[in-house]
Unconditional design. Structure first.
Ligand code: SF4
Length: 319
């Protein structure tokens, strides 16, 4: 499988390019280095601000956001907007973004936006200049900041989406209907957990294939596929899907084994065990009964297992 291509804030362990000449180590970025290709960016350095530099901030005036450097009274709005446009035009095959939180350029939602250009203005929270541009141009892609990725559930959702987008990109490049059918089949349970009606729509698009409409099928499939992960899947959705998977094998199990599995679903529902424990059980049954369809389901193995630990923060261990 090809590696995900991720745009990452350069100060996250790649270069000492922060305003104070520092860098910040992000654990998820470090682990991902083995599994992904990174395109590093530092918009502030790339618009001509040096290292070290006086900090910049986002200030709103008359309903328009400005990138201001209070120490020099300079306005870098035109520079950053132009850099954003040029940067994004260069890349068409990005699978996801990991950006630095709280940064007036890279931040995606927790950036201080000052109300007014004065140095003492009050502030509210919003996105930085590059972060906002990315969210606008890639509304369905996995986009996160390194702070949010410390949370188990957010990291899991990001990784599920990232590796699904990467796999789809590969299928799209090969452009054969067989590969698209295989992709759809292997992701069926995952899609079912995230978005049952989306799964149905994807199935209909595939069923409409005839020898003359391959390009339309790919185009329509992609439009639906990117929306599949728009919302996180709840515990109830996973339970339904796992019951469905279990149903195909339960007649081969003893009543004690059945009871054990049903109890494990209850434990998952009550947040006493993570989803991975239940998917492991399903996986082991699939191996035991040589159920190739289930063994190949991405639901059971959506991304490399070293990318997340149950000790990662977050109250709910859903996966
Ligand atoms: S947050 Fe973005 S702009 Fe700021 S130092 Fe890091 S990469 Fe550069």
């Amino acid at each position: 499988m090809i590696k995900p291509k991720i745009v990452v804030s350069r100060c996250l362990g790649f270069e000492k390019c922060r305003y104070n000449g520092e860098t910040i180590v992000s654990e998820i970025v470090e682990i991902l280095k083995k599994h992904a290709d990174f395109i590093t960016v530092c918009p502030e350095v790339e618009i001509g601000l040096g290292v070290p530099r006086d900090p910049v901030r986002v200030a709103e005036s008359g309903g328009v956001k400005h990138l201001i450097q209070p120490a020099s009274d300079k306005d870098y709005t035109a520079e950053i907007n132009s850099w954003n446009r040029n940067f994004i035009q260069k890349f068409t095959d990005i699978d996801g973004f990991i950006l630095k939180n709280r940064s007036p350029t890279c931040g995606i939602g927790d950036v201080k936006i000052y109300k007014g250009l004065s140095k003492t203005s009050s502030a509210y929270k919003g996105s930085g200049f590059f972060g906002e541009y990315v969210l606008d141009k890639f509304p369905f892609h996995p986009v996160e900041d390194e702070g949010r990725l410390l949370n188990y559930e957010i990291r899991d959702h990001f990784l599920v989406k990232l590796f699904a987008f990467t796999k789809f990109k590969q299928v799209k490049q090969g452009r054969t209907i067989n590969d698209l059918n295989k992709f759809h089949s292997e992701n069926k349970l995952l899609f079912m957990a995230y978005n049952q009606s989306g799964l149905k729509r994807l199935g209909k698009i595939l069923a409409s294939y005839n020898k003359s409409n391959k390009e339309i099928v790919f185009e329509e499939y992609e439009k639906e596929f990117v929306k599949i992960f728009s919302k996180k899947a709840g515990a109830g959705n996973f339970i339904n899907v796992l019951q469905h998977a279990f149903g195909g094998m339960s007649d081969k199990l003893s009543s004690e084994e059945k009871k054990f599995f049903i109890n494990s679903l209850e434990e998952f529902r009550d947040e006493r065990i993570p989803l991975t424990t239940v998917t492991y059980l399903i996986h082991s049954m699939a191996v035991r009964f040589n159920n190739e369809y289930l063994i190949n389901q991405t639901l059971l193995n959506p991304y490399p297992s070293d990318l997340i630990k149950t000790s990662d923060s977050g109250k709910k261990l859903r996966r």
